[in-house]
Design a protein around this ligand. Structure first.
Ligand code: G6P
Ligand code: MG
Length: 214
């Protein structure tokens, strides 16, 4: 019997990939090369530091650790400027309704995100109070596909991993859920999220009844 649902943020609750993309593209352009929307796919669910490394590899640029830190900070400043303007109408279809439906059914809810900006986004879209636990990039040391972010969430909720369902749009995130012994609902394409127990186009296709069929 499912006791908790854990949600990734970017790509599941909101679509911030576009803001990450615009900020990384601006950085790449300042460094003298381009960065396409296609390249951006590789960055989903990936930490800020690792994302920067991937971009520098694409551009064939090498930087010192100190320079990398400055570049990551520069990108994050632009990103924060953009998410600072986010509004509740940017919540993906069905996301708020499904999280609320879980709560109404007595199922605990948690956020499990790699982003260090999660709190600001939740605040801007007005969903902070819908989560019993929030585990984000500030609380974890190991990035997805390591299960740390979801195991911490389950622990904070006081629920065993086997009684948890994770909602994820990234391959690394689905892997993290499975590595933690949890059920995984993929949000996106079945051909991409092969390890997920089921794959849906979005949370509007999810119901509380479907949780116990997994
Ligand atoms: C999520 C996004 C990634 C992003 C990461 C870190 O996993 O899918 O694209 O790089 O969070 O986000 P942050 O806000 O800490 O830079
Ligand atoms: Mg995601």
């Amino acid at each position: 019997h499912i006791k908790a649902c854990l949600f990734d943020l970017d790509g599941v609750i909101v679509d911030t990939a576009i803001y990450h993309y615009q900020a990384w593209k601006r950085l790449a352009n300042e460094l003298g090369f381009d960065f396409t929307e296609h390249d951006n796919e590789q960055l989903k669910g990936v930490s800020r530091t690792r994302s920067l490394e991937i971009i520098l590899e694409l551009g064939g640029v090498t930087q010192t650790e100190a320079e990398k830190e400055e570049l990551a900070d520069r990108k994050n400043k632009w990103y924060v400027e953009m998410i600072g303007k986010m509004r509740p109408d940017e919540i993906l279809p069905g996301a708020k309704e499904f999280v609320q439906a879980c709560r109404n059914a007595g199922i605990k809810t948690a956020l499990g995100s790699a982003s260090k900006n999660s709190m600001m986004i939740l605040d801007k879209i007005g969903m902070t109070d819908l989560f019993d636990a929030i585990v984000d990039g500030n609380k974890v040391t190991k990035a997805k596909p390591d299960p740390e972010v979801f195991l911490k969430g389950a622990e904070e909720l006081g629920v065993q991993p086997v009684d948890c369902v994770v909602f994820e749009d990234a391959i690394a995130g689905v892997e993290a859920a499975k590595a933690g012994g949890m059920k995984a609902v993929g949000i996106g394409e079945p051909a991409v999220l092969k390890q997920a127990d089921i794959v849906l186009p979005g949370l509007s296709a999810m119901t509380v009844d479907k949780l116990n069929e997994l």
